[in-house]
Design a protein around this ligand. Sequence first.
Ligand code: SIN
Ligand code: MN
Length: 274
Amino acid sequence: MVTPTAASGPETEVVNAYQRDGFYLAHGLLPESVLQELTEAVPRLLAQEGPRRILERDGVTVRSVYGPHQTNETIARFCHRSELVERAAALVGERVYIHQSKVNVKAAFVGDQWQWHQDYIYWLQDDGIRRPDLVNVAVFLDEVTEFNGPLTFVPGSHRAGVLAATPTAGMPIGYEDAPNWVSTLTAEEKYQIEPSLIADLVQSNGLVSPKGPAGSVLFFHPNILHSSAQNISPFGRSTLIVVYNATSNPATNTTNPRPEFLAARDANPVPIGG
Ligand code: SIN
Ligand code: MN
Protein backbone atom coordinates (compact mmCIF):
# COMPACT_ATOMS: atom_id res chain seq x y z
CA MET A 1 0.00 0.00 0.00
CA VAL A 2 1.30 3.44 -0.90
CA THR A 3 1.60 6.43 1.40
CA PRO A 4 -1.21 8.94 0.88
CA THR A 5 -0.34 12.50 -0.06
CA ALA A 6 -3.20 14.17 1.82
CA ALA A 7 -2.31 15.04 5.40
CA SER A 8 -5.56 16.41 6.81
CA GLY A 9 -9.21 17.25 6.07
CA PRO A 10 -11.84 15.02 4.45
CA GLU A 11 -9.24 13.39 2.18
CA THR A 12 -7.52 11.78 5.17
CA GLU A 13 -10.76 10.10 6.18
CA VAL A 14 -11.21 8.77 2.65
CA VAL A 15 -7.64 7.51 2.43
CA ASN A 16 -7.85 5.88 5.87
CA ALA A 17 -11.11 4.09 5.08
CA TYR A 18 -9.73 2.94 1.73
CA GLN A 19 -6.52 1.63 3.27
CA ARG A 20 -8.41 -0.21 6.02
CA ASP A 21 -11.33 -1.64 4.04
CA GLY A 22 -10.12 -1.61 0.44
CA PHE A 23 -13.07 0.50 -0.67
CA TYR A 24 -14.83 3.76 0.00
CA LEU A 25 -18.36 4.77 -1.08
CA ALA A 26 -18.97 8.48 -1.65
CA HIS A 27 -22.46 9.94 -1.83
CA GLY A 28 -23.18 13.38 -3.28
CA LEU A 29 -19.76 13.81 -4.88
CA LEU A 30 -21.10 14.65 -8.34
CA PRO A 31 -23.58 17.30 -9.48
CA GLU A 32 -26.91 15.89 -10.70
CA SER A 33 -26.40 17.47 -14.16
CA VAL A 34 -23.20 15.44 -14.63
CA LEU A 35 -24.98 12.18 -13.86
CA GLN A 36 -27.65 13.10 -16.39
CA GLU A 37 -25.05 13.79 -19.11
CA LEU A 38 -23.42 10.42 -18.45
CA THR A 39 -26.71 8.55 -18.50
CA GLU A 40 -27.62 10.20 -21.81
CA ALA A 41 -24.26 9.19 -23.34
CA VAL A 42 -24.61 5.47 -22.54
CA PRO A 43 -27.22 4.27 -25.10
CA ARG A 44 -25.01 5.53 -27.98
CA LEU A 45 -22.04 3.62 -26.58
CA LEU A 46 -23.99 0.39 -26.24
CA ALA A 47 -25.26 0.66 -29.81
CA GLN A 48 -21.75 0.76 -31.33
CA GLU A 49 -20.70 -2.67 -32.59
CA GLY A 50 -17.03 -3.64 -32.53
CA PRO A 51 -14.37 -5.33 -30.39
CA ARG A 52 -14.85 -2.90 -27.49
CA ARG A 53 -18.36 -4.26 -26.96
CA ILE A 54 -18.58 -7.58 -25.07
CA LEU A 55 -21.84 -9.54 -25.10
CA GLU A 56 -23.17 -11.83 -22.38
CA ARG A 57 -23.12 -15.61 -22.87
CA ASP A 58 -26.58 -15.33 -24.47
CA GLY A 59 -24.89 -13.68 -27.47
CA VAL A 60 -27.33 -10.74 -27.59
CA THR A 61 -27.24 -8.74 -24.35
CA VAL A 62 -24.48 -6.14 -24.00
CA ARG A 63 -22.32 -6.97 -20.95
CA SER A 64 -19.63 -4.25 -21.17
CA VAL A 65 -18.22 -1.56 -23.40
CA TYR A 66 -14.49 -0.88 -22.93
CA GLY A 67 -12.55 2.35 -23.30
CA PRO A 68 -15.53 4.73 -23.60
CA HIS A 69 -13.26 7.62 -22.56
CA GLN A 70 -11.41 7.07 -25.84
CA THR A 71 -14.51 7.29 -28.04
CA ASN A 72 -16.95 9.59 -26.27
CA GLU A 73 -16.31 13.25 -25.46
CA THR A 74 -18.72 13.33 -22.47
CA ILE A 75 -17.07 10.34 -20.83
CA ALA A 76 -13.58 11.69 -21.57
CA ARG A 77 -14.40 15.01 -19.91
CA PHE A 78 -15.98 13.21 -16.99
CA CYS A 79 -12.83 11.12 -16.37
CA HIS A 80 -10.87 14.37 -15.96
CA ARG A 81 -13.11 15.74 -13.19
CA SER A 82 -11.18 16.82 -10.11
CA GLU A 83 -13.53 14.93 -7.74
CA LEU A 84 -12.25 11.70 -9.29
CA VAL A 85 -8.70 12.49 -10.38
CA GLU A 86 -7.62 14.20 -7.16
CA ARG A 87 -9.06 11.44 -4.99
CA ALA A 88 -7.49 8.76 -7.18
CA ALA A 89 -4.12 10.52 -6.87
CA ALA A 90 -4.50 10.76 -3.07
CA LEU A 91 -5.30 7.03 -2.91
CA VAL A 92 -2.35 5.85 -5.00
CA GLY A 93 0.04 8.50 -3.69
CA GLU A 94 1.01 10.21 -6.95
CA ARG A 95 -0.38 11.59 -10.21
CA VAL A 96 -2.49 9.20 -12.26
CA TYR A 97 -3.33 8.21 -15.83
CA ILE A 98 -6.27 6.15 -17.10
CA HIS A 99 -5.31 2.50 -17.54
CA GLN A 100 -8.81 1.35 -18.52
CA SER A 101 -12.45 2.38 -18.50
CA LYS A 102 -15.67 0.46 -19.06
CA VAL A 103 -19.42 0.54 -18.74
CA ASN A 104 -20.70 -2.66 -17.13
CA VAL A 105 -24.37 -2.93 -18.00
CA LYS A 106 -25.83 -5.74 -15.76
CA ALA A 107 -29.08 -5.64 -17.72
CA ALA A 108 -32.41 -6.18 -15.96
CA PHE A 109 -33.41 -9.90 -15.76
CA VAL A 110 -30.41 -11.18 -17.77
CA GLY A 111 -27.24 -9.34 -16.64
CA ASP A 112 -24.69 -12.03 -15.82
CA GLN A 113 -22.33 -12.54 -12.87
CA TRP A 114 -18.69 -11.68 -12.20
CA GLN A 115 -17.16 -14.63 -10.35
CA TRP A 116 -14.94 -14.10 -7.31
CA HIS A 117 -11.69 -12.44 -8.36
CA GLN A 118 -9.12 -9.73 -7.77
CA ASP A 119 -8.54 -7.18 -10.55
CA TYR A 120 -4.82 -6.71 -10.09
CA ILE A 121 -3.83 -10.23 -11.13
CA TYR A 122 -5.07 -9.35 -14.67
CA TRP A 123 -3.18 -6.08 -14.70
CA LEU A 124 -0.07 -7.84 -13.42
CA GLN A 125 -0.15 -10.99 -15.56
CA ASP A 126 -1.75 -9.69 -18.75
CA ASP A 127 -0.55 -6.08 -18.82
CA GLY A 128 2.73 -6.25 -16.87
CA ILE A 129 1.80 -3.56 -14.33
CA ARG A 130 4.37 -4.05 -11.59
CA ARG A 131 2.65 -2.60 -8.48
CA PRO A 132 -1.01 -2.62 -7.36
CA ASP A 133 -1.02 1.19 -7.29
CA LEU A 134 -4.27 1.51 -9.23
CA VAL A 135 -7.76 2.40 -8.11
CA ASN A 136 -11.16 1.53 -9.54
CA VAL A 137 -13.62 4.41 -9.53
CA ALA A 138 -17.12 3.00 -10.10
CA VAL A 139 -19.90 5.49 -10.78
CA PHE A 140 -23.39 4.09 -10.27
CA LEU A 141 -25.50 5.06 -13.30
CA ASP A 142 -28.53 3.33 -11.74
CA GLU A 143 -29.51 2.88 -8.14
CA VAL A 144 -27.69 -0.15 -6.72
CA THR A 145 -29.69 -2.30 -4.33
CA GLU A 146 -29.42 -5.82 -2.91
CA PHE A 147 -31.62 -6.97 -5.81
CA ASN A 148 -29.77 -5.92 -8.97
CA GLY A 149 -26.43 -7.69 -8.61
CA PRO A 150 -24.37 -5.29 -6.50
CA LEU A 151 -20.61 -5.65 -6.24
CA THR A 152 -19.79 -7.75 -3.18
CA PHE A 153 -16.50 -7.23 -1.36
CA VAL A 154 -14.55 -9.11 1.28
CA PRO A 155 -13.53 -5.99 3.24
CA GLY A 156 -9.85 -5.72 4.03
CA SER A 157 -8.95 -8.62 1.73
CA HIS A 158 -6.73 -6.33 -0.38
CA ARG A 159 -4.22 -6.49 2.48
CA ALA A 160 -3.63 -10.19 1.72
CA GLY A 161 -1.94 -9.20 -1.59
CA VAL A 162 -2.32 -11.30 -4.74
CA LEU A 163 -4.11 -14.54 -3.83
CA ALA A 164 -3.18 -17.88 -5.38
CA ALA A 165 -5.23 -18.37 -8.56
CA THR A 166 -5.22 -20.94 -11.35
CA PRO A 167 -5.45 -19.71 -14.93
CA THR A 168 -8.18 -21.51 -16.89
CA ALA A 169 -7.16 -23.27 -20.10
CA GLY A 170 -8.86 -22.26 -23.36
CA MET A 171 -11.77 -19.92 -23.95
CA PRO A 172 -14.99 -19.76 -21.91
CA ILE A 173 -18.11 -21.45 -23.30
CA GLY A 174 -19.89 -19.11 -25.70
CA TYR A 175 -16.68 -17.24 -26.65
CA GLU A 176 -14.74 -20.06 -28.37
CA ASP A 177 -14.03 -18.02 -31.52
CA ALA A 178 -13.19 -14.75 -29.78
CA PRO A 179 -9.64 -13.34 -29.43
CA ASN A 180 -7.69 -14.56 -26.41
CA TRP A 181 -8.03 -11.35 -24.43
CA VAL A 182 -11.83 -11.79 -24.29
CA SER A 183 -11.20 -14.52 -21.68
CA THR A 184 -10.30 -11.71 -19.25
CA LEU A 185 -13.75 -10.09 -19.56
CA THR A 186 -16.47 -12.74 -19.27
CA ALA A 187 -18.70 -14.18 -16.53
CA GLU A 188 -16.21 -17.02 -15.99
CA GLU A 189 -13.03 -15.52 -14.58
CA LYS A 190 -9.72 -16.41 -16.25
CA TYR A 191 -7.91 -16.58 -12.88
CA GLN A 192 -9.83 -18.92 -10.59
CA ILE A 193 -9.41 -18.64 -6.81
CA GLU A 194 -9.98 -21.78 -4.70
CA PRO A 195 -13.40 -21.68 -2.95
CA SER A 196 -11.75 -22.76 0.34
CA LEU A 197 -9.48 -19.69 0.23
CA ILE A 198 -12.49 -17.42 -0.45
CA ALA A 199 -14.42 -19.10 2.39
CA ASP A 200 -11.54 -18.54 4.83
CA LEU A 201 -11.30 -14.84 3.98
CA VAL A 202 -15.07 -14.39 4.25
CA GLN A 203 -15.08 -16.26 7.55
CA SER A 204 -12.56 -13.82 9.03
CA ASN A 205 -13.55 -10.55 7.26
CA GLY A 206 -17.25 -10.90 6.33
CA LEU A 207 -18.95 -9.57 3.21
CA VAL A 208 -20.30 -6.19 2.20
CA SER A 209 -22.23 -4.90 -0.83
CA PRO A 210 -22.04 -1.10 -1.02
CA LYS A 211 -25.39 0.24 -2.21
CA GLY A 212 -26.72 3.67 -3.05
CA PRO A 213 -28.54 5.95 -5.45
CA ALA A 214 -27.42 6.67 -8.99
CA GLY A 215 -24.50 9.09 -8.84
CA SER A 216 -22.80 7.37 -5.88
CA VAL A 217 -19.09 6.79 -6.47
CA LEU A 218 -17.34 3.67 -5.21
CA PHE A 219 -13.54 3.66 -4.99
CA PHE A 220 -12.07 0.16 -4.67
CA HIS A 221 -8.62 -1.39 -4.47
CA PRO A 222 -7.35 -3.67 -7.26
CA ASN A 223 -6.52 -6.41 -4.75
CA ILE A 224 -9.87 -6.49 -2.96
CA LEU A 225 -11.57 -9.87 -3.40
CA HIS A 226 -14.93 -9.23 -5.07
CA SER A 227 -17.73 -10.66 -7.20
CA SER A 228 -21.24 -9.77 -8.31
CA ALA A 229 -24.27 -11.98 -8.81
CA GLN A 230 -26.61 -12.23 -11.81
CA ASN A 231 -29.23 -9.53 -12.03
CA ILE A 232 -32.59 -11.29 -12.03
CA SER A 233 -34.41 -8.14 -10.92
CA PRO A 234 -36.35 -5.88 -13.29
CA PHE A 235 -33.89 -3.06 -12.50
CA GLY A 236 -30.81 -2.41 -14.65
CA ARG A 237 -27.46 -1.79 -12.91
CA SER A 238 -25.20 0.13 -15.28
CA THR A 239 -21.89 1.28 -13.84
CA LEU A 240 -19.08 3.35 -15.36
CA ILE A 241 -15.72 2.19 -14.02
CA VAL A 242 -12.58 4.24 -14.53
CA VAL A 243 -9.28 2.62 -13.55
CA TYR A 244 -6.60 5.16 -12.66
CA ASN A 245 -3.00 4.03 -12.33
CA ALA A 246 0.07 5.74 -10.84
CA THR A 247 2.08 7.35 -13.64
CA SER A 248 5.29 5.62 -12.47
CA ASN A 249 3.61 2.21 -12.81
CA PRO A 250 2.88 1.76 -16.55
CA ALA A 251 1.93 -1.43 -18.40
CA THR A 252 5.12 -3.18 -19.54
CA ASN A 253 3.79 -6.08 -21.63
CA THR A 254 5.02 -5.21 -25.09
CA THR A 255 5.29 -8.76 -26.51
CA ASN A 256 1.62 -9.72 -26.32
CA PRO A 257 -0.25 -6.60 -25.15
CA ARG A 258 -4.00 -6.46 -24.77
CA PRO A 259 -5.71 -3.87 -27.00
CA GLU A 260 -5.27 -0.21 -26.13
CA PHE A 261 -8.92 -0.08 -24.97
CA LEU A 262 -8.07 -2.60 -22.20
CA ALA A 263 -4.56 -1.48 -21.31
CA ALA A 264 -3.54 2.06 -22.19
CA ARG A 265 0.05 2.67 -23.34
CA ASP A 266 -0.02 6.42 -22.73
CA ALA A 267 0.92 6.93 -19.06
CA ASN A 268 0.86 10.73 -19.15
CA PRO A 269 -1.01 12.24 -16.20
CA VAL A 270 -4.69 13.01 -16.67
CA PRO A 271 -5.28 16.75 -16.99
CA ILE A 272 -7.67 17.93 -14.28
CA GLY A 273 -10.79 19.73 -15.48
CA GLY A 274 -14.11 18.81 -16.99
C1 SIN B 1 -19.34 -5.61 -11.76
O1 SIN B 1 -19.55 -4.64 -12.50
O2 SIN B 1 -20.23 -6.12 -11.08
C2 SIN B 1 -17.98 -6.19 -11.67
C3 SIN B 1 -16.92 -5.19 -11.80
C4 SIN B 1 -15.57 -5.73 -11.47
O3 SIN B 1 -15.42 -6.90 -11.25
O4 SIN B 1 -14.59 -4.97 -11.40
MN1 MN C 1 -13.24 -6.82 -10.88
